[in-house]
Design a protein around this ligand. Structure first.
Ligand code: 6PG
Length: 235
């Protein structure tokens, strides 16, 4: 776990982690397979990574970019995780077009999940960036949803309790096979849930989806800002 003063510090730390892991993966096996998180938190990190001083450190021609989850909306919809990442990062770096594996949000979630699962393949991801909602969801795996317990498929259609409800998400299986699962959580609004999730992980008694992220042999890292970590020292 890394606790940094504020969102900008977290963004820089996440961007640095991306650069380091890209260099290591490309050095070790010639490619860096990364799944980007959606939502709003990672936007700062993507913008930071797109800045020349960091972007030039990544061999983008050896990167394969996936998405942890997507909303079933078109890629030009402001709610699209692809659009957020494309605007903040992917359109600003020299990554070959065929190396960005967009979930086709314009299709039905069932169809998009099947197509995306084929594109993802069965090679483990080197890095999965993850956000967490204040209800303890991550990716598009929400509390109480059956897709949480999917043990075979690597990508599933899902349902969110908020619009847009139709989603596509990596499964816990896929994330457990990754070399590194990196949560990026900022803001005091999530502090209580962060503390609960970390307690559940420590006790190995997960109930929240975010507490069920368990790399089999990879690393599990939390990058938090001080407001999000505020209640960690309470007990
Ligand atoms: C999504 C995300 C989701 C997100 C959390 C946190 O599609 O919404 O993948 O899992 O990471 O909801 O979102 P914020 O970063 O906006 O708080």
């Amino acid at each position: 776990m890394r606790v940094l003063p504020g969102p900008d510090d977290v963004a820089r730390a996440v961007a640095d982690e991306f650069v380091a892991r890209a260099e290591r993966a490309i050095g070790e096996h010639g490619v860096f397979r990364v799944a980007l998180a959606g939502g709003s938190t990672p936007k700062l990190a993507y913008r930071r990574l797109a800045e020349p001083e960091l972007a030039r450190l990544v061999d983008w021609s050896r990167c394969q970019v996936f998405f942890g989850d997507e909303r079933s909306v078109s890629p030009d919809d402001d709610r699209s995780n692809f659009k957020m990442a494309n605007d903040a990062l992917l359109s600003r770096v020299p990554i070959p077009e065929g190396h960005v594996h967009r979930v086709k949000g314009e299709l039905s979630a069932d169809e998009a999940a099947l197509l995306y699962e084929q594109e993802l393949g069965d090679e483990p991801l080197d890095l999965v960036l993850l956000g967490m909602g204040d209800d303890g969801h991550t990716l598009s795996l929400f509390p109480g949803r059956p897709e949480l317990d999917e043990a075979e498929r690597r990508v599933v259609p899902g349902t969110a309790p908020v619009e847009p409800r139709a989603r596509v998400s990596l499964t816990l299986r896929t994330v457990s096979e990754a070399h590194c699962d990196l949560f990026v959580v900022t803001g005091g609004g999530k502090a209580a849930r962060v503390a609960e999730v970390l307690r559940e992980i420590a006790a190995d008694e997960p109930t929240f989806p975010a507490a069920r992220i368990r790399p089999k042999s990879g690393e599990l890292i939390f990058h938090l800002d001080e407001p999000a970590a505020a209640t960690l020292h309470a007990d």
